[in-house]
Design a binder for this molecule. Structure first.
Ligand code: FE2
Length: 370
């Protein structure tokens, strides 16, 4: 079905911006644990006065880590409120002016009006609108820009990060980015993506699909950019005890990005490399693998190998998928990552939710937040 709002000129996720307490150290973590190459830097040395920024790249994934250099930075209070987390999901568009104007006309709250910044590498265009919580979407067009990343950024100095010590973990692309929103707000944000950004709603789960003794959530998935941008939106539902979504909202101080799913085409190799780098993953009980073959049928991977690494498998009408979730990447139980390999399946692992939620609840019980 053709969406009447398909004229919204979204191409793909351009980059994800993280606002963090210490971008220099976060860059080291994402480089040496997750296998991102550090490719560009902005800061005092590049005449940027109030913040430091590092651009990290792996496959088609770009992360931008930003830290304020002074308390007077306009966003410095984010760190007290949210801790480290995703501040912006930037979307590449054909035309920044058109995207911004259309979004605002349809009800988006503008944050930064369209800007065209020119330096010796060309013209970088962007504009920003508000999304859930303090998260924003920046529309970016870099068709006329040929610098390292954006004005203010220089290529990374090899003396800061030695290319010879860099090792990829095989991550290729962002598969989806999940937002947690407050109870009762899921449909409002699904409507925002549909009506303002021209996304389509894919599938929905309710608390009958996704609940354990304690934890429950509702989730709907919206998709835009002709299938290249997928945003599941979760809200807490009532379980017997506090749900993982409530725990997130409590510690993050509002709605925000819960997890980013990163795609690989060899999840066994990727997860081995991540584990060798001390990335910690959620584990499901070994019994999960006893019934795996009955549940998902034939898969090309060795089930023993999947069990050793704790990789989960789910099947839908179109194929199967393999996935695994990291533990939160900061002390607050907020943002985490998913590693995913799709073998035809387009779904999000509903068949794994129960086993996963029980694993998350074991962690919540240890934190005393269940
Ligand atoms: Fe996911």
């Amino acid at each position: 079905m053709t969406n009447k709002l398909d004229d919204m000129p979204l191409r793909k996720i351009d980059h994800v911006r993280f606002f963090v307490g210490n971008a220099r150290q976060s860059a080291y973590f994402y480089r040496n644990a997750y296998g991102f190459d550090v490719v560009a830097y902005a800061g005092l040395e590049t005449k940027v006065k109030n913040e430091a920024g590092y651009v990290l790249k792996q496959g088609g994934i770009h992360f931008v880590l930003i830290s304020p250099l002074r308390a007077s930075h306009p966003e410095s209070k984010r760190l007290i409120q949210h801790g480290d987390g995703v501040s912006d999901i930037a979307l590449q568009v054909d035309d920044v002016q058109v995207a911004y104007r259309m979004a605002v006309e349809r009800g988006a709250q503008g944050v930064v009006e369209p800007q065209a910044i020119e330096d010796q590498y060309g013209i970088y265009e962007y504009a920003t609108i508000q999304a859930y919580g303090d998260t924003t979407h920046t529309f970016v067009n870099r068709d006329r820009y040929h610098g390292a990343f954006a004005p203010g950024f220089d290529p990374i100095d090899p003396a800061r990060y030695n290319p010879a010590t860099y090792h990829s973990t095989g991550l290729l692309a962002i598969d989806h980015i999940v937002g947690n929103v407050e109870e009762g707000k899921m449909n409002q944000w699904v409507d925002f993506y549909r009506k303002v950004l021209g996304f389509e709603q894919l599938v929905s789960f309710d608390d009958k699909d996704i609940s354990t003794e304690y934890s429950a959530l509702m989730s709907k998935v919206v998709e835009g950019g002709r299938g290249r941008i997928k945003f599941p939106i979760n809200e807490p539902a009532h379980g017997r005890r506090r749900s993982q979504i409530e725990e997130y909202i409590d510690f993050y101080g509002g709605a925000g990005v819960q997890h980013i799913a990163l795609a690989t085409n060899d999840i066994i190799k990727t997860v081995r490399a991540l584990r060798d780098n001390d990335v910690s993953f959620l584990r499901v009980p070994r019994t999960y693998y006893d019934s795996l073959k009955d549940r998902v049928g034939d898969i090309k991977e060795n089930i023993e190998e999947l069990a050793d690494l704790g990789i989960l498998v789910d099947r839908d009408d179109e194929g199967y998928m393999l996935q695994i979730f990291t533990k939160p990447v900061q002390d607050r139980p907020t943002l985490f990552f998913e590693i995913i390999q799709r073998e035809g399946a387009k779904s999000f692992g509903k068949g794994n939710f129960k086993a996963l939620f029980e694993a998350i609840e074991r962690e919540q019980a240890i934190r005393g937040t269940l």
